[in-house]
Structures are given as C-alpha cells and as structure tokens.
Write a protein that binds this ligand. Structure first.
Ligand SMILES: NC(=O)c1ccc[n+]([C@@H]2O[C@H](COP(=O)([O-])OP(=O)(O)OC[C@H]3O[C@@H](n4cnc5c(N)ncnc54)[C@H](OP(=O)(O)O)[C@@H]3O)[C@@H](O)[C@H]2O)c1
Length: 254
C-alpha cells in the first residue's frame, strides 16, 4: 500500500511515527511539501518516505490518501485536486464531513472519517472510525484502540471528546503549579502526580463496568478532604461549564 499525506502537521507526524513504531508493512509514505520542516524530519528518521513536489503528486502516487489539513485550508485546496475512484480517502478534518467531501473529491467515494490523537505515535489512544470497515479498522487497531460506528450522529458526538486533551492536562498542571508555588520541587511534584493519575486511570481500566457515580462516592470520605474539594468545584460551576463546553463543541462539529 502507498499512503499519502496532504498536510504534515502535528497529527500527521504522530500517525507516521505510530506507523513505524507498529512496524506496519507499507510500501511507501508520500508526504506533501507542507510543512516542509516536518516532512524533512520524518524523511531523515524513517526509510520508505518520499516528499512530493505538490499535493496532486501525493494523490497521483498513493492509493490511500490522508487529508490532514485544517478545515480552512481543506476548503481552499480540495476542489482543485483530482482524485480517482480507486482512492481510499482518510478524512482527519474535524469539521468537514464525508458527505460534504463526496462531491468535492468525486469520483473517489471510499471516504472514512478518522479521529486519531497525538498519542497514536506511541500506539495508544482511541481512534474514531466512521463508517465501519474491516480493512480500515484492522489498520488503525495496530495504532491504538479503534472505536467505530456506522451512525453519523454517533460519530459526531464521539468527536466532541477529542477536544478534552488540553483541559485534562490543565487539571494536571493546576496541581503541579500549586505544588511548585508551595515549594515542592519539580521532580517530586511530577513523580507524585504521574503516579496519582496513572493509578486513578487504572481504577477505570480495571473496572470498566463499574458505576462512575459509585466510584466517585467511594473515593471520598464523609466530611473528608476529597468531599470538600469536589463540592467546591461543583459549587464554582466547573462541571456545569464543562458540559456547556461539550455542547458548544458539538454544535461546531455536527
Ligand atoms: N491535532 C489533533 O489532535 C487532531 C486530532 C484529530 C483530527 N485532527 C484534525 O487534523 C487536521 C490537522 O490538524 P493538526 O493538529 O495536525 O494541524 P496542523 O499541525 O496545523 O497541521 C496542518 C498542516 O497543514 C499544512 N498545510 C497548510 N497549507 C497547506 C496546503 N495548501 N497543502 C498541504 N498542507 C498544507 C500546514 O503546513 P504549515 O505548517 O507550513 O502551514 C500544517 O503542517 C485538522 O483538520 C484537525 O481538525 C487533529
């Protein structure tokens, strides 16, 4: 298989890194000339990578084509590119849907909306695949955990949580910065928090069918400090606002 990337930014780079880590057998990876620096770094690091002279050359030399540009750039460039019916197109673009793409990249009609996350470079993390397809799922299951659906509404709802990564890290960072302000050294702070978050995540991994509401109750003592912090966060509207944020993102991606 020859895999082409249009757009070599953060997520395309992570996917290429993940492919080589997973040792997936690919004949060639063809990168668009943008971003030049990222493409050059990948070419230096891995064999079987070529940098094309244009986006059209990527398409002409590949059978699977990844669209990994921002929505704005996608709208500017896709209409001018020529696809073939035999092409399989992997659409990473958050707010451009397969149905919209269909007329723009006709006669190509094998279009899959894929949501990889940067952790794919370590072959970790959920990867949303729409619609379901055994070959596409088989490929991405080597790179992380495929969550597939053939229901478009469900696909759009799943995409909402791809917005959660930076907020999750901000929670971690708030705790880290508090430690630093209180004079705990950086290494000790990181060591404590990494183990805390890893162990908490492990509780959900070990008990995937357990009620989260029960878990939250079990991780606080009546009148204790976990109860106090949770109540404070609830009162200040943290969780209500997070829900409002999810709704806003849903309106943007649907
Ligand atoms: N990051 C994520 O976690 C994530 C997850 C799922 C889906 N996505 C989606 O994936 C897409 C890319 O996201 P990203 O985070 O990788 O963004 P990004 O880092 O900004 O990458 C976009 C790349 O497109 C390149 N580009 C600009 N104009 C181009 C053109 N005319 N032809 C070809 N390439 C061009 C840019 O090059 P220059 O740097 O030279 O401008 C840049 O390298 C977005 O639609 C996003 O919604 C991202």
């Amino acid at each position: 298989m020859k895999l082409g990337f249009i757009g070599v930014g953060k997520i395309a780079t992570s996917v290429v890194e993940g492919i080589f880590k997973a040792k997936i057998n690919i004949k060639e990876i063809i990168l668009s000339p943008k971003n030049k620096n990222n493409a050059k770094i990948l070419k230096k690091k891995f064999s079987r990578i070529k940098i094309a002279k244009s986006n059209q050359e990527v398409i002409d030399k590949s059978n699977w084509i990844v669209l990994s540009v921002t929505p704005k750039v996608g709208k500017q460039i896709l209409e001018k590119l020529k696809f073939k019916a035999s092409h399989t197109v992997l659409n990473f673009i958050s707010t451009i849907h397969n149905q919209q793409l269909k007329s723009v990249i006709s006669p190509a009609k094998k279009i899959f909306k894929i949501a990889p996350l940067p952790m794919i470079k370590h072959n970790l993390g959920p990867i949303i695949v729409y619609p379901k397809n055994k070959v596409i799922e088989g490929f991405f299951n080597k790179l992380g955990k495929v969550i597939s659906t053939s229901n478009e509404k469900e696909n759009k709802k799943l995409w909402v949580m791809t917005s959660f990564m930076a907020t999750y890290f901000e929670i971690f960072n708030t705790a880290h910065k508090w430690f630093l302000r209180k004079g705990i050294n950086k290494n000790k702070s990181m060591e404590y928090l990494i183990h805390l978050f890893k162990a908490l995540n492990n509780e959900t991994i070990k008990n995937p069918n357990y009620s989260m509401d029960k878990m939250i109750k079990e991780f606080q003592t009546k009148g204790g400090i976990n109860e106090e912090l949770l109540n404070k966060a609830k009162k200040s509207g943290v969780f209500k606002n997070l829900n409002k944020g999810f709704d806003k993102i849903y309106n943007r991606v649907k």
